[in-house]
Design a binder for this molecule. Structure first.
Ligand code: ATR
Length: 268
Protein backbone atom coordinates (compact mmCIF):
# COMPACT_ATOMS: atom_id res chain seq x y z
CA UNK A 1 0.00 0.00 0.00
CA UNK A 2 1.68 3.19 -1.20
CA UNK A 3 1.08 6.12 1.14
CA UNK A 4 -0.11 9.24 -0.63
CA UNK A 5 -0.99 12.86 -0.04
CA UNK A 6 -2.38 15.48 -2.39
CA UNK A 7 -3.26 19.11 -2.91
CA UNK A 8 -6.91 20.04 -3.29
CA UNK A 9 -8.35 23.18 -4.83
CA UNK A 10 -10.57 24.40 -7.65
CA UNK A 11 -8.94 24.98 -10.11
CA UNK A 12 -5.87 22.89 -9.31
CA UNK A 13 -4.10 22.01 -12.57
CA UNK A 14 -1.63 24.91 -12.17
CA UNK A 15 -0.40 23.77 -8.73
CA UNK A 16 3.34 23.26 -8.28
CA UNK A 17 2.89 21.29 -5.04
CA UNK A 18 3.04 17.84 -6.74
CA UNK A 19 6.41 18.74 -8.33
CA UNK A 20 7.82 19.84 -4.98
CA UNK A 21 6.60 16.92 -2.86
CA UNK A 22 7.46 14.31 -5.50
CA UNK A 23 10.97 15.77 -5.76
CA UNK A 24 11.44 15.32 -2.01
CA UNK A 25 9.84 11.84 -1.94
CA UNK A 26 12.24 10.71 -4.66
CA UNK A 27 15.25 12.43 -3.07
CA UNK A 28 14.55 10.61 0.21
CA UNK A 29 13.78 7.29 -1.52
CA UNK A 30 10.35 7.15 0.14
CA UNK A 31 7.60 4.94 -1.23
CA UNK A 32 4.94 7.63 -1.45
CA UNK A 33 2.94 9.63 -3.94
CA UNK A 34 1.59 13.18 -4.09
CA UNK A 35 -1.05 14.25 -6.56
CA UNK A 36 -3.36 17.17 -7.43
CA UNK A 37 -7.10 16.65 -7.01
CA UNK A 38 -9.81 19.06 -8.07
CA UNK A 39 -12.46 19.30 -5.37
CA UNK A 40 -15.42 21.65 -5.91
CA UNK A 41 -16.71 23.63 -2.90
CA UNK A 42 -19.85 21.47 -2.52
CA UNK A 43 -17.74 18.28 -2.55
CA UNK A 44 -15.52 19.08 0.44
CA UNK A 45 -17.52 17.17 3.07
CA UNK A 46 -17.80 14.01 0.95
CA UNK A 47 -14.11 14.27 0.01
CA UNK A 48 -12.93 14.30 3.62
CA UNK A 49 -15.34 11.50 4.61
CA UNK A 50 -13.95 9.31 1.84
CA UNK A 51 -10.28 10.07 2.50
CA UNK A 52 -10.69 9.58 6.26
CA UNK A 53 -11.60 5.96 5.53
CA UNK A 54 -8.56 5.37 3.29
CA UNK A 55 -5.58 4.05 5.33
CA UNK A 56 -3.09 4.97 2.56
CA UNK A 57 -4.01 8.66 2.75
CA UNK A 58 -1.63 10.81 4.78
CA UNK A 59 -3.43 14.12 4.37
CA UNK A 60 -3.53 17.02 1.96
CA UNK A 61 -2.60 20.58 1.25
CA UNK A 62 -5.43 22.97 0.62
CA UNK A 63 -5.54 25.91 -1.71
CA UNK A 64 -8.04 28.42 -3.14
CA UNK A 65 -11.01 28.41 -2.54
CA UNK A 66 -11.04 25.97 0.42
CA UNK A 67 -8.65 27.49 2.97
CA UNK A 68 -11.40 28.85 5.20
CA UNK A 69 -14.27 26.48 4.35
CA UNK A 70 -12.17 23.44 5.34
CA UNK A 71 -12.26 24.48 8.98
CA UNK A 72 -15.91 23.39 9.13
CA UNK A 73 -14.89 19.78 8.45
CA UNK A 74 -11.87 19.44 10.72
CA UNK A 75 -10.63 19.35 14.27
CA UNK A 76 -8.60 22.48 15.07
CA UNK A 77 -5.90 21.42 17.56
CA UNK A 78 -3.73 24.52 17.20
CA UNK A 79 -6.63 26.97 17.29
CA UNK A 80 -6.03 28.05 13.68
CA UNK A 81 -9.62 29.26 13.30
CA UNK A 82 -9.18 31.78 16.09
CA UNK A 83 -5.64 32.80 15.08
CA UNK A 84 -4.84 32.81 11.35
CA UNK A 85 -8.40 31.95 10.31
CA UNK A 86 -7.38 29.79 7.32
CA UNK A 87 -5.68 26.40 6.94
CA UNK A 88 -3.50 24.95 4.19
CA UNK A 89 -2.65 21.47 5.51
CA UNK A 90 -4.89 18.61 6.67
CA UNK A 91 -3.48 15.61 8.53
CA UNK A 92 -4.54 12.78 10.82
CA UNK A 93 -4.40 13.73 14.49
CA UNK A 94 -3.23 11.15 17.05
CA UNK A 95 -6.81 10.17 17.84
CA UNK A 96 -7.39 9.47 14.12
CA UNK A 97 -9.58 12.52 13.49
CA UNK A 98 -8.74 14.91 10.64
CA UNK A 99 -7.05 18.09 11.78
CA UNK A 100 -6.09 21.32 10.06
CA UNK A 101 -3.09 23.57 10.41
CA UNK A 102 -1.46 26.42 8.50
CA UNK A 103 2.14 26.26 7.26
CA UNK A 104 1.95 29.49 5.21
CA UNK A 105 3.03 31.65 8.16
CA UNK A 106 6.18 29.57 8.78
CA UNK A 107 6.87 29.41 5.04
CA UNK A 108 6.60 33.17 4.75
CA UNK A 109 8.79 33.81 7.76
CA UNK A 110 11.63 31.33 7.08
CA UNK A 111 13.51 33.38 4.42
CA UNK A 112 13.44 36.55 6.54
CA UNK A 113 13.88 35.02 10.01
CA UNK A 114 17.14 36.95 10.48
CA UNK A 115 15.47 40.35 9.99
CA UNK A 116 14.85 42.29 13.17
CA UNK A 117 11.43 43.76 12.51
CA UNK A 118 10.44 44.46 16.12
CA UNK A 119 8.89 47.93 16.21
CA UNK A 120 9.72 48.56 12.51
CA UNK A 121 7.11 49.82 10.04
CA UNK A 122 5.95 47.38 7.36
CA UNK A 123 3.65 47.57 4.35
CA UNK A 124 1.47 44.63 3.30
CA UNK A 125 -0.50 44.65 0.06
CA UNK A 126 -3.61 42.44 0.07
CA UNK A 127 -6.15 41.13 2.54
CA UNK A 128 -6.84 37.57 1.35
CA UNK A 129 -5.88 34.19 2.76
CA UNK A 130 -2.14 34.61 2.21
CA UNK A 131 -2.21 38.08 3.80
CA UNK A 132 -3.87 36.58 6.90
CA UNK A 133 -0.96 34.17 7.48
CA UNK A 134 1.58 36.92 6.79
CA UNK A 135 -0.05 39.42 9.18
CA UNK A 136 -0.26 36.73 11.86
CA UNK A 137 3.49 36.07 11.49
CA UNK A 138 4.27 39.80 11.58
CA UNK A 139 2.13 40.30 14.70
CA UNK A 140 4.05 37.50 16.45
CA UNK A 141 7.38 39.29 15.98
CA UNK A 142 5.96 42.59 17.20
CA UNK A 143 6.36 44.71 14.08
CA UNK A 144 5.65 48.44 14.33
CA UNK A 145 2.97 50.23 12.33
CA UNK A 146 1.48 48.27 9.46
CA UNK A 147 0.21 49.99 6.34
CA UNK A 148 -2.20 47.59 4.67
CA UNK A 149 -2.91 48.51 1.06
CA UNK A 150 -5.92 46.82 -0.49
CA UNK A 151 -8.58 47.63 -3.05
CA UNK A 152 -11.10 47.29 -0.20
CA UNK A 153 -9.63 49.19 2.81
CA UNK A 154 -12.56 48.18 5.08
CA UNK A 155 -11.54 44.55 4.69
CA UNK A 156 -7.95 45.56 5.40
CA UNK A 157 -8.90 47.48 8.55
CA UNK A 158 -10.83 44.46 9.86
CA UNK A 159 -7.74 42.27 9.35
CA UNK A 160 -5.42 44.67 11.16
CA UNK A 161 -7.84 44.78 14.09
CA UNK A 162 -8.22 41.01 14.22
CA UNK A 163 -4.45 40.54 14.53
CA UNK A 164 -4.09 43.39 17.05
CA UNK A 165 -1.79 45.31 14.69
CA UNK A 166 -1.38 49.08 14.86
CA UNK A 167 -1.45 51.00 11.62
CA UNK A 168 -3.90 51.86 8.90
CA UNK A 169 -5.63 50.29 5.93
CA UNK A 170 -5.61 52.37 2.74
CA UNK A 171 -6.51 51.96 -0.92
CA UNK A 172 -3.70 50.77 -3.21
CA UNK A 173 -3.48 54.22 -4.79
CA UNK A 174 -2.32 55.71 -1.47
CA UNK A 175 1.10 54.13 -2.06
CA UNK A 176 3.61 52.98 0.54
CA UNK A 177 5.13 55.14 3.26
CA UNK A 178 8.75 54.43 4.33
CA UNK A 179 8.93 50.82 5.59
CA UNK A 180 11.54 48.22 6.54
CA UNK A 181 9.63 45.49 4.69
CA UNK A 182 7.10 45.60 1.86
CA UNK A 183 5.16 42.42 1.04
CA UNK A 184 2.94 41.80 -1.96
CA UNK A 185 0.34 39.30 -0.73
CA UNK A 186 -1.99 39.71 -3.73
CA UNK A 187 -2.01 37.97 -7.10
CA UNK A 188 -1.11 41.26 -8.81
CA UNK A 189 1.95 40.71 -11.00
CA UNK A 190 1.13 37.04 -11.61
CA UNK A 191 1.10 35.90 -15.24
CA UNK A 192 -2.24 37.03 -16.70
CA UNK A 193 -2.92 39.53 -13.90
CA UNK A 194 -2.29 43.28 -13.92
CA UNK A 195 1.08 44.31 -12.44
CA UNK A 196 1.38 45.72 -8.94
CA UNK A 197 2.03 49.32 -9.88
CA UNK A 198 3.62 50.89 -6.81
CA UNK A 199 6.09 53.72 -6.39
CA UNK A 200 8.92 52.28 -4.27
CA UNK A 201 10.80 55.56 -3.89
CA UNK A 202 9.60 56.16 -0.27
CA UNK A 203 11.37 52.95 0.83
CA UNK A 204 14.77 53.42 2.47
CA UNK A 205 17.88 51.79 0.95
CA UNK A 206 17.87 48.98 3.57
CA UNK A 207 14.24 47.98 2.90
CA UNK A 208 13.41 44.46 1.75
CA UNK A 209 10.73 43.79 -0.88
CA UNK A 210 9.03 40.37 -0.70
CA UNK A 211 6.61 39.12 -3.36
CA UNK A 212 4.57 35.95 -2.80
CA UNK A 213 3.87 35.65 -6.56
CA UNK A 214 6.15 32.99 -8.12
CA UNK A 215 5.01 32.94 -11.75
CA UNK A 216 6.84 34.80 -13.14
CA UNK A 217 9.73 34.64 -10.70
CA UNK A 218 10.76 38.21 -11.45
CA UNK A 219 7.55 40.18 -10.99
CA UNK A 220 7.32 43.87 -11.97
CA UNK A 221 7.56 44.97 -8.33
CA UNK A 222 10.65 42.80 -7.69
CA UNK A 223 12.24 44.13 -10.88
CA UNK A 224 11.59 47.69 -9.69
CA UNK A 225 13.02 46.89 -6.25
CA UNK A 226 16.19 45.35 -7.72
CA UNK A 227 16.59 48.33 -10.06
CA UNK A 228 16.67 50.48 -6.91
CA UNK A 229 19.25 48.16 -5.31
CA UNK A 230 16.83 46.89 -2.63
CA UNK A 231 17.02 43.36 -1.21
CA UNK A 232 14.28 41.03 -2.47
CA UNK A 233 12.68 37.68 -1.69
CA UNK A 234 10.70 35.93 -4.43
CA UNK A 235 7.55 33.82 -4.17
CA UNK A 236 9.30 30.47 -4.63
CA UNK A 237 10.87 30.91 -1.19
CA UNK A 238 7.49 31.00 0.53
CA UNK A 239 6.06 28.29 -1.74
CA UNK A 240 8.90 25.89 -0.94
CA UNK A 241 9.00 26.98 2.73
CA UNK A 242 5.32 26.22 3.39
CA UNK A 243 5.64 22.95 1.47
CA UNK A 244 8.63 21.88 3.58
CA UNK A 245 6.69 22.25 6.85
CA UNK A 246 3.71 20.44 5.30
CA UNK A 247 5.93 17.60 3.96
CA UNK A 248 7.25 16.87 7.44
CA UNK A 249 3.66 16.72 8.77
CA UNK A 250 2.38 14.55 5.92
CA UNK A 251 5.29 12.14 5.43
CA UNK A 252 7.00 12.27 8.84
CA UNK A 253 10.46 13.26 7.55
CA UNK A 254 12.22 16.56 7.00
CA UNK A 255 12.70 17.30 3.29
CA UNK A 256 16.30 17.64 1.99
CA UNK A 257 16.56 21.45 1.89
CA UNK A 258 20.22 21.19 0.82
CA UNK A 259 18.78 20.40 -2.63
CA UNK A 260 16.77 23.63 -2.93
CA UNK A 261 18.82 24.82 -5.92
CA UNK A 262 17.84 21.73 -7.93
CA UNK A 263 14.24 22.15 -6.83
CA UNK A 264 14.17 25.79 -7.91
CA UNK A 265 15.52 24.78 -11.33
CA UNK A 266 12.75 22.21 -11.62
CA UNK A 267 10.10 24.78 -10.73
CA UNK A 268 11.21 27.52 -13.13
P1 ATR B 1 -4.81 34.10 -1.44
O1 ATR B 1 -5.29 32.91 -0.66
O2 ATR B 1 -3.75 33.74 -2.44
O3 ATR B 1 -4.45 35.25 -0.59
P2 ATR B 1 -7.28 35.46 -2.02
O4 ATR B 1 -7.78 35.13 -0.65
O5 ATR B 1 -8.20 35.33 -3.18
O6 ATR B 1 -6.04 34.54 -2.38
O7 ATR B 1 -6.65 36.95 -1.95
C1 ATR B 1 -6.16 37.60 -3.07
C2 ATR B 1 -5.79 39.04 -2.71
O8 ATR B 1 -5.38 39.68 -3.92
C3 ATR B 1 -6.93 39.86 -2.12
O9 ATR B 1 -6.41 40.79 -1.20
C4 ATR B 1 -7.47 40.58 -3.35
O10 ATR B 1 -8.08 41.82 -3.07
P3 ATR B 1 -9.51 41.89 -2.29
O11 ATR B 1 -9.16 41.66 -0.84
O12 ATR B 1 -9.97 43.27 -2.55
O13 ATR B 1 -10.35 40.82 -2.89
C5 ATR B 1 -6.20 40.84 -4.13
N1 ATR B 1 -6.44 41.03 -5.56
C6 ATR B 1 -6.69 40.07 -6.48
N2 ATR B 1 -6.86 40.60 -7.70
C7 ATR B 1 -6.73 41.95 -7.55
C8 ATR B 1 -6.80 43.09 -8.43
N3 ATR B 1 -7.04 42.93 -9.75
N4 ATR B 1 -6.61 44.31 -7.91
C9 ATR B 1 -6.37 44.49 -6.60
N5 ATR B 1 -6.29 43.47 -5.71
C10 ATR B 1 -6.46 42.22 -6.18
Amino acid sequence: MTAYAEVIGDPIAHSKSPLIHRFWLEALGLDGDYRATRVAPDELGAFFAERAADPAWRGCNVTVPHKVACLDHLADPGGVRASIGAINTVFRAEDGSLAGTNTDAAGFWAPIADLDLAGRPVTVIGAGGAARAILWALARVGVGRVTLLNRNPLKGAALLASFGLKGEALPLAAGTPPAALLVNATSLGMTGQPPLDLDLSPLPAEALVYDIVYAPLETPVLAAARARGLDTVDGLEMLVGQAAVAFAILFGQEPPRDRDDELRDLLT
